[in-house]
Design a protein around this ligand. Sequence first.
Ligand SMILES: Nc1ncnc2c1ncn2[C@@H]1O[C@H](COP(=O)(O)OP(=O)(O)OP(=O)(O)O)[C@@H](O)[C@H]1O
Length: 665
Amino acid sequence: MSFSASVIDQRIRQALQGDSALANSWKRSLERYQIDPGLSTPPRVYSRGQLKDYQTPLEDLMHTAREGMNQLSRQVRDAGYVVLLTDPQGVTVDFVNNEAHDKELRHAGLYVGACWSEEVEGTCAVGVCSIERAPITVHHDEHFRSPNTTLTCSSAPVFGPGGDLLAVLDASALYSPHDKRSQHLVLQMVSQTARMVEDAYFLRQHRHHCVLYLSESRALLDVQVSLLMALDESGRVMAANSRARQCLGAHPDHPLAQALTCMGADISHVLGLDMPALVTQAHRAKGDAFEVRHVASARRYFAKLTHPTQPRVTRVLADHAQVASVGTDLQALHVLAGTDPLMMSNVLKAGRVMNKGISVLLHGETGTGKEMFAQAMHQCSARKDQAFVALNCAAIPESLIESELFGYADGAFTGARTKGVKGKIQQADGGTLFLDEIGDMPLALQTRLLRVLAEGEVMPLGAEVSAKVDVQVICASHRKLLSMVDEGHFRQDLYFRLSGIVIELPALRERQDLGALIEQVLHAQTRAQSRVFIPTITPEACDLLKHYAWPGNIRELKNVLRTAVALCERNLIEPRHLPRELQCGAGVPLLPPRLASGEPLASCAALSSQTASSMPESALPEKSAQLLAHLRQERWNVSEVARQLGVSRSTIYRRMAREGISAPI
Ligand SMILES: Nc1ncnc2c1ncn2[C@@H]1O[C@H](COP(=O)(O)OP(=O)(O)OP(=O)(O)O)[C@@H](O)[C@H]1O
C-alpha cells in the first residue's frame, strides 16, 4: 500500500466520528477488498457491448426513470451536477450529462458505463447506498480512493415493488463547498426523485391490479403519492412501496405481528377491511378519499382505490381470483364486471357463495344484465355442465306458471297431451333454475315453490308421487321484494329462502367503467353486423352517450349502438346517428322516466315520435295506445317491440296485462 497506515487511521477515525455506515465501508474497502487508497488508476468503465448486458434487465426501469432523471438534472445541472442511474452492482446504466463539464466528468468516471461499486472504488456514495439500502452523501475525502476526494456524491436507493433493490440514483459534482452540509438539499432532491421513480415503476408494474393509495393528509392524496399497495382480487397485498412497507409493515410488539407483515397479508389484517368492504367504501366515496385505520398503530389514513383500466386486466384478475380464497374460476363473471368497483365486489360475493347451496337474489333495473349475471354464475359453478333453465314469471300468464314450473303427469288434464311434461324445476335438476321477475309469481305458487326449496322435491300436477330435485336457484327482480313482503304481496318465508345473498346490479349510469362498456358493446355490435372496421365515436357523440340516463341500461345501449353502427357513414358515429332523446343532451333527465309500475321505460320520447301518426285507439290511455300501435306494427312480436323500446320482454308483458292488451288469437 502506498498510503501510510497513520493517514488511513486518521481518515477512518474522521469517518467514524460522523457516520458508522462510512466507517464500515472504509473497513471493508481496506480489509475485504484490500484497495490501495492512494492508487490513481482511472475509473473502471465498461464498453458499449458489455454495458448492454447490464442495461437490458433494467430497460423498463430506465424508461420509467428517465423523466425523473431529466427533472432532477434540470434542478441541479447549473450547480455542476451530473445525474447517474446505476444497477445494484454500481454499474452506471444511464446518465444525464452536464455538457459544461463533459470531459472532466468522463475523466472522473461520472459517466455512463463507469462502475461505482464499493468493491472497485472503495467507499463511494453508490457503493455504500447499495449496501446500506439507504440514501447517503459521500463528500470529498470521505471517499476511499484519493482520485475521488474532490467529488461530492449523493445517492438514494430505488426499490422494486417487492422491496428488492433495483437501482441507485445519484447526483454527483466535481467541485463543491468544503462543508458537507452544503449537500443536504441535493440529497433530499435525489431521495425524493428516487421515491418518485420507484412509485412510477410500481404503478407501471401493477397497472393490471387494484392499487390502494394512502396518505395521512386528505388534501395531499391526489397530488403526492405516499403509501402504495397493489392488491389482488381477494385482497392479498401483492406489493407495497417503501413507505407502505415502513409504515404498515409488522410491528414486532403487536399480537398480530406475523399477519401484519404487509406483503402477502390479507388487507383486512392491515387495515381492518376486507376487499369487498374496501371496494364498497371506494364506490360510496365516488372517487373521493375515504378513511381507513391501520390495525397495528390505529393511525388514520385517507385512501383511494384505483382499478385496472385495460380490458385485458379482467383476464389477469380472473387468474388471480383463481388462487384467491374463493378458489373458483370466475372469468365469465369478471367479463361482465369490467372494471366497475361495485360489479367487481359482486363477483367476489358470487364467488364466495358459489357451490354452497345458497340461493341468490339479483336486484337491479331492467336491462342491467341480471340474467347474464345468473348465466355467468352458472358457467363458473360446478354445475356448468348441467342445464341452466330460465323462467320469466312476468312473461307467462299466471294460469300457466304452475304447469311451466312444476310440469304435469300423464293424463293430468282432459284434452291435454296424454304424455306428461317435465316442469322447469325438473328440467333444471342438477343445474341452475333462474326465476326472472320473481316478484310476479302468484302467491299460491309461492307456497308451492317454497315447499320445493325446503324439501328438495317437486310434485308435478296430477302426479301421485313427488320427485327428488337438486337445483341451484337464482332469482331476479327489478322490484323491492321487501316492500312487497310488507305489503303482503310476497311471502316473507320465501323471500328469506330465496335471498341467501342479495346482489345489487348497478344501473348503467352508475357504472364507473361506462366508457369501456360502450367500447365493448360497440365492438360486439360491429362484429354482429359483419363489419370489418370498428366505427369511431366522435367526442360529441361520446359525450352524449356518457351523459344520458340510460333507463333501459345495457339493453338500451346495445340497441342504440346497433342502430348507430348500421347508420354511420365513413365509419364515424356522430350525434345524428343517435336517437333523439340522446341528442337532446341537456334535456335528458338525470333519473329515468318511470311508468306507473315504477318501471323505467327507455324510449318514451322515441315511442311517441315514431308512432304518433298511427294511434286510432283514442279510447285507451295514451301510453297504452302507443304500445298497442307498436305491437301491431311488429305483428305482436313482443321480443321485437321490447328490443326497439329498449326494455325487457317482461316489461311489455306486464304492461299488456295491466292495460288488458292481448294478442289476437
Ligand atoms: N356486461 C354486459 N356486456 C354486454 N352486454 C350485456 C352485459 N350485461 C347485459 N348485457 C346485455 O344486455 C341485455 C340485457 O341483459 P339481461 O337480459 O341479462 O338484463 P336483465 O337485467 O335480466 O333485464 P330484465 O330484467 O329487464 O329482463 C342483453 O341483451 C344482454 O346481452
